[in-house]
Design a protein around this ligand. Structure first.
Ligand code: MG
Length: 383
């Protein structure tokens, strides 16, 4: 039975305090949208997935979901309901049996939740996860309680909302732009019975800035082990007109000698991450005698180390790098270097530190014969 997941990511929600819509903000080093998409792609019942995006977000969508097997996105409309309808219409040519409609801003949707929502479709045209209301409910007017409401029959609706495809498509077509809150309401207007299954507290929606912090804490809870690694590297100067440092070409009266692009900063960071994992050193993973790494862009070494962390189910928490040199001056390039590393690793900017120091003209570094770098990586791993 074919089941397509439709992820609604067309909103402009920027209440989380960034210019970037919340579904594209990083959470644990990954875009919020990618968390949700991976949850559905990893579920055995889901045969395909499509994201409904804002018209101008194609680049963001493609970057957020790089490497994942998803259908081409479809552009959304002015309202959530309009966006869902466009998503449903886009599937009409080869219609699935069932569709799961999910908010991109709920990154922690679990497989069991998806399974029990789908299972309810055996007996109902639609099903949604929901949670009971724990707090007392009041209707308030002008700052004063106007009424006390019984909460027993009230539930907080979540997504994914699951439907038999032909029925929900017909319901949306029959009820355009009615200003409804969710697809269960669209279904109800069309006379469909929608079942309720148990939701999950962790399947909360990111709405306010505090929700992103809560989501980070939720992720961190699952990674209680903190490991730390250090890395050190030196490259000598040679003839040239620039040095590669932290992925940035810095103009200089010399270059750095090396088999790869000799980016001493990225090499130290790579070794620090490998050190935290207890997984050898950069020379073992990328032997200098191997012609494949001649003049290689060192960002690929750092990315490889990040992939190893991800393969262990872990997450890089912080990177701290000290460049030891007399010249060139680092100050003018420091922020560009931080941004570049944050981008390569998929880390928030405030979790990347770059410092520079000299050796007071002492020793080979003091004589300006080369550049050294020393790095510390903090990595969180599952228990
Ligand atoms: Mg090196």
């Amino acid at each position: 039975m074919s089941t397509i997941a439709l992820i609604v990511a067309a909103g402009r929600g920027t209440r989380l305090g960034s210019d970037v819509p919340k579904q594209y903000l990083l959470l644990g080093g990954k875009p919020v949208l990618r968390h949700a998409v991976e949850a559905f792609l990893g579920h055995e019942a889901v045969s395909a997935l499509r994201v409904v995006i804002h018209q101008g977000d194609r680049g963001r969508h493609d970057a957020a979901l790089a490497g994942l097997d998803v259908l081409p996105p479809v552009g959304g409309g002015a309202s959530r309901q309009d966006s869902v309808r466009r998503g449903l219409e886009s599937l009409a040519e080869s219609p699935p049996k069932r569709v799961l409609i999910h908010d991109a801003a709920r990154p922690f949707v679990g497989h069991e939740l998806i399974s029990r929502t789908l299972a309810a479709l055996d007996r109902h045209a639609g099903a949604i996860p929901a949670l009971p209301v724990a707090d007392s409910l009041k209707r308030v007017a002008d700052g004063v309680i106007a009424d006390h409401l019984a909460r027993d029959a009230l539930w907080r609706a979540q997504t994914p909302q699951a439907f038999r495809y032909p029925e929900i498509l017909a319901a949306h077509r029959a009820c355009p732009d009615a200003g409804v809150g969710d697809d269960a309401q669209v279904a109800a207007r069309a006379g469909l019975a929608v079942a309720v299954v148990a939701g999950a507290e962790e399947n909360f929606k990111l709405t306010e800035a505090a929700d992103l912090a809560r989501a980070e804490r939720w992720l961190t809870r699952a990674l209680p082990e903190v490991v730390v690694g250090n890395g050190f590297d030196v490259h000598r100067f040679t003839a040239g007109d620039h040095v590669m440092l932290c992925g940035i070409a810095v103009p200089h009266s010399a270059g750095l000698e090396g088999h790869s692009d000799a980016d001493v900063g990225l090499h130290a960071l790579t070794d620090a991450i490998l050190g935290a994992l207890g997984d050898g050193d950069i020379g073992q993973h990328f032997p200098p005698g191997d012609a494949r790494w001649r003049d290689a862009d060192s960002t690929r070494f750092l990315r490889h180390a990040c992939d190893l962390v991800a393969a262990r189910g872990g997450r890089i928490a912080h990177l701290d790098l000290t460049l030891i040199l007399e010249r060139p001056r680092i100050g003018p390039h420091r922020e560009a270097m931080r941004r570049r590393i944050a981008e390569i690793v998929g880390l928030e900017l405030e979790r990347v530190s770059i410092k520079a120091t000299t050796t007071e003209r002492l020793g080979f570094l003091g004589r300006g014969e080369g550049i050294a770098a020393q790095a510390t990586a903090t990595v969180r791993l599952p228990a």
